[in-house]
Structure formats: C-alpha cells, structure tokens
Ligand binder design. Structure first.
Ligand code: PLP
Length: 429
C-alpha cells in the first residue's frame, strides 16, 4: 500500500509487461466478455455511465417484441412486471449488504433523496437540523435545501471529517455520499454511522459512487436509509432507475412523502385514502419505467456471473481487490511520469480512503480531457481543474490503465491539448 510520504520519491514507471502479467492472473478477466465496448477505446468513465452489457440487447428486444408486443398488459402478471422493482431491489441489496425486503428500484436518485430525507426528518420530530456535505454532489445539496425549506429545518454543511463539531441533539439526519464524486475519497461508513447514531440522529448514505465498485454493508453498520443510482458501476443504462434502502426496523413507522398508488397497501383496491404497504413496497411511487427497469436487470445479472460468485472471496471482494490494483497502478504511473508535468494526485493514497477512481488536478483539465477523448481514452472533467478517471474492475484490464496513462503523459508532454478544437465546450461537460 502506498502512503502519502512516497509522493516525491522518483520511481520507475510501471512496466507494460507487469500489467500484462497482472491481466493473465486476473480471475475477473473473463467478465470483460459480458460487455459491449467499442474497439480502440479505453473507457474510464464507468463511474458516470457504465458500459452496456452484451445481454441487454436481447433482453430489451424480448421485452419489446414478446412481452409488450404479444403479451401486452397481461405482462404485469405473466412476465413479472409488477414484482420487478422489489425483485431488482433485492439484487441491488445483495451488493450493498442489505438483506432482502429493504430495497426497491425506481425513479431517480434525486427523487429517492427527497423521499429518504423527508422520511428521516419525520422519524425525528422536534429536531431541526439536516447535515450534508458541502462537497456532496449538487443534487444532494439542492434536495436537502428544499426539504429544509419545506419542513422548516436548517441545513448545515459539513464534511464527514468535521461531523463531531455539528452533531448534537438538534440533528435529525446526516446525509453523506460514501465516496466523494470529485476526489474519490472513501469515508468510513461504520464510524460515521455510529457517531450519527450516538447523537440520536439518522444516517442516510448516498451510494452512487460506491455500489458495485466496493463492498458496502448497510445492515451490518445499521444504516437507516440509503439511495443510489444504477447507471454508474451497476451498468443499468442511461437514466436507469435509482434505488432506495429503508431499513427493516423503520418500515412500520416511516412516512415517505411521495404517496403514489404503487406504494399503497392494496393498490388495486383503488381506495380514496392512502395506506402505505407494510413492506418495502411502501417505497414505490408510480408506474415504473419498465424498459429501463428491465435493462437494469442485465447490468445486475453480470454480478451473478460465476467468476464473481465462486472462489474463496465473494464477488465484491474480488472486485474491490482489482479496483485497488488498477488505481494503485494509475497512481504509481502518475507519481513517476506525471508529477513533473504539473499533475497532482487528489484521490487519497491509502486503500481505506480510496474509492474506484483517480482524480488528477491540473491546469487545462478540460482541454486535456478532450484531447484524451480524441485519442480514444474516455475520462471526464469536473470543474474547475480535475480530470477524473473511473476504474470499473469488471471490464478494465491492467494494460488499459497502463496505456491510458501513457497517452495522458504524451498529451501533457506534447501539449497537444492546446489545439483550439479541444477548448470548445459542449452542453454536457
Ligand atoms: C450520480 C449522482 C447523482 C445522480 O442523481 P440523478 O438524480 O440520477 O441525476 C446523485 N448524487 C450523487 C452523489 C451522484 O454521484
């Protein structure tokens, strides 16, 4: 494991032969075949939009031509459409340490944040503060502010590291991301959750940049709520439905604010008044987007592959080990080849504090990102000065990391990013 003290020691660049050897020994290598990826591209943005599974194409074709096309509305029963949000919820649950019956899929992370935050505040009446991280993804902060206005509560921004200064009997809920989307810092879920509980408050984790990339143990740490999207490391597809975790022990008393008819105890009784389902079904809202939901099934099915489930360690432990090997390799390369080119490694070096990405601070980060894309290396840019490279262990090889970092070193050394074509900003950056 590297440590911060190693930064200024000049090390030789990791060799491509070593990367090839690591790939030969990689038990997850066959999983790459489960994804459709274009030739000539090294995809380092699976933390923003995961790659398409091979199986999603026939699956969606079946949903459209047979289920929708032939079975029509009977599909809600005969093809299991009605059960799908909870069935896929359990599959997500298995990846985030949640026993069955505590997760459903649907809607977006933004919507699920609203649901979870309001429900958490209602479980702590009389408390007046919502804590969130000022470095949290914007939607997490915007939704917290809106819930604060709606319920007349104060929103205080503090990073998990400064939690102790703000935790008191006024706090209803703390809402943090397990992995910081910009820096890739991984927080200590158990310690933070425990501190929040000591103050009598509830813990809401946003798992967007964690689920599918590293083991999460929601039940074991006694988290109260969690939300996350499925289009990043879970490879559910663009705009795939999000999920919400509502711990079993809260299900009898929680009051979710979006009381759509799918969450009703007896939805087909078509009652005038809302009665929440007693199970996790209460967290359903309206009719789910079936095509997107079905596609998510193909993303989740990859995690049930034998390569990921067999062996001495569980699939997520293998995924985590490979993720750390990939980011270790990228960091070693950055230290030996990029430091002299003005690049700073922002992602924590210790394994305990690192998610599955590498964030590099540099001048002209936007233009460098575009120049990389021009050479088939797809990462992303996060304003104002970060190049963010995501490492999805399911479909990245060690040689991909080596080759991508080699291209990055070349782009920086040659200053090819100064080409005016790379300065143009598209709507999505
Ligand atoms: C990706 C991400 C989101 C996305 O929210 P949407 O409602 O799907 O747009 C929210 N929060 C965090 C922390 C994220 O990383």
């Amino acid at each position: 494991m590297s440590s911060d003290a190693l930064t200024d020691v000049a090390l030789p660049a990791p060799s491509r032969a070593d990367a090839e050897a690591a790939d030969r020994a990689d038990l997850l290598a066959p999983v790459l075949q489960r994804f459709q990826l274009p030739a000539g591209v090294i995809y380092l943005d699976g933390n923003s939009l995961g790659a398409a599974p091979v199986a999603v194409t026939p699956l969606i074709e079946d949903v459209i031509t047979r289920q929708w096309g032939q079975d029509l509305i009977t599909s809600w029963n005969v093809n299991g459409w009605w059960e799908l949000p909870a069935r896929l919820g359990d599959e997500v649950g298995a990846l985030i340490g949640a026993a069955a019956g505590q997760v459903v899929c649907g809607d977006s992370t933004s919507v699920q944040l609203f649901q979870a935050l309001v429900a958490a505040c209602r479980l702590r009446p009389g408390r007046t503060v919502i804590l969130t991280d000022g470095a949290n993804f914007p939607t997490d902060q915007y939704i917290a502010d809106s819930v604060g206005r709606l319920l007349g509560l104060q929103v205080i921004r503090c990073p998990p590291s400064e939690l102790a200064e703000h935790l008191d009997e006024r706090v209803a809920v703390a809402s943090f991301s397990l992995v910081d989307y910009r820096t890739g810092e991984l927080f200590d879920a158990a310690t933070v959750t425990n501190a929040v509980h000591q103050a009598g408050a509830l813990m809401l984790w946003d798992l967007c940049h964690a689920a599918g990339a590293l083991p999460v143990h929601l039940d074991a740490i006694e988290a109260d709520f969690a939300v996350g999207c499925t289009y990043k490391y879970l490879n559910g597809g663009p705009g795939a439905p999000a999920y919400i975790y509502l711990a079993q022990r809260h299900q009898a008393r929680a009051e979710l604010p979006l009381t759509g008819w799918n969450g009703h105890r007896t939805p087909f009784a078509l009652d005038q008044d809302y009665q929440p389902a007693e199970s996790i079904e209460q967290a359903r809202i309206g009719t789910p987007p079936l095509l997107s939901l079905a596609a998510l099934g193909a993303g989740l099915a990859v995690f049930a592959e034998p390569e990921l489930c067999s062996g001495l360690t569980s699939g997520l432990d293998s995924i985590r080990a490979k993720s750390l090997a990939l980011t270790d390799l990228a960091i070693a390369f950055a230290d030996s080849e990029l430091a002299a080119l003005g690049v700073e490694v922002v992602t924590p070096r210790s394994h305990e504090r690192r998610g599955s990405q590498l964030s590099l601070r540099m001048e002209h980060a936007y233009e460098v990102c575009q120049a990389l894309i021009g050479r088939g290396v797809i990462g992303d840019f996060r304003a104002p000065d970060l190049l963010r490279l995501g490492f999805t262990p399911l479909y990245l090889r060690h040689v991909d990391v080596h080759d991508a970092m080699t291209v990055l070193a070349d782009v920086l050394a040659s200053k090819s990013y100064l080409d005016p074509a790379y300065a143009r900003r598209a709507a999505v950056t």
